[in-house]
Design a protein around this ligand. Structure first.
Ligand code: HEM
Length: 156
């Protein structure tokens, strides 16, 4: 009789432990299922559209477009900048791309870029993200990826 009671208790304990463990693994699965920023931005096509709108804004932005004159005059350079920006955003957002361009320090060395110009460019990106209805959370996450690059780009 005592043995049976002990068996029942240990069976109940095992069920509780299993339930708790299943509960835990459910939580882990939910965490793993959170899509990457890349996915939430809409993948490579959506990122490419944002970059195209961003470059259109930059070229029209009288605060900074003088810095891009030589780039705009050379279609190969323009296409390379576009491809590098797409890869950089895709990779930074956890997507399946690798950035093959120069480091931010190397790419902007000697350009004399000021904080005002940096902010103007970020404003052009925000405009492009808004045009494509990127939600606030994703917009802020992307800006948080790019923001720390300021130290390597700005020279004032
Ligand atoms: C978070 C801010 C910025 C990011 C993520 C960024 C990103 C890049 C990337 C990926 C490249 C290409 C590097 C390569 O050729 O290997 C580049 C080049 C360049 N960036 Fe930026 N940049 C930023 C800010 C700025 C600002 C504020 C300016 C000027 C106002 C600027 C002007 C340029 C120019 C002129 C080039 C050279 C384009 C060419 O090769 O013709 N960038 N940038």
């Amino acid at each position: 009789m005592k043995k049976n009671v002990l068996r029942s208790i240990s069976a109940m304990l095992m069920i509780s432990v299993c339930t708790a463990m299943i509960g835990c693994s459910d939580d882990d699965e939910k965490k793993e299922e959170t899509p990457t920023l890349y996915t939430r931005l809409g993948g490579i096509d959506a990122i490419s559209t944002v970059v195209d709108d961003f470059l259109t804004n930059v070229v029209a932005d009288t605060e900074i477009n003088d810095k891009f004159e030589a780039t705009v005059a050379d279609s190969y350079r323009t296409q390379l900048l576009r491809a590098n920006l797409i890869d950089q955003i895709c990779a930074g957002a956890g997507g399946p791309c690798s950035y093959k361009g120069k480091s931010m320090k190397e790419a902007h060395a000697g350009m004399g870029i000021s904080t005002v110009e940096f902010n103007a460019l970020v404003g052009d990106l925000v405009k492009a993200l808004d045009k494509n209805s990127v939600p606030t959370a994703e917009k802020n996450e992307l800006l948080a990826v790019l923001g720390p690059m300021k130290a390597d780009i700005v020279e004032d």
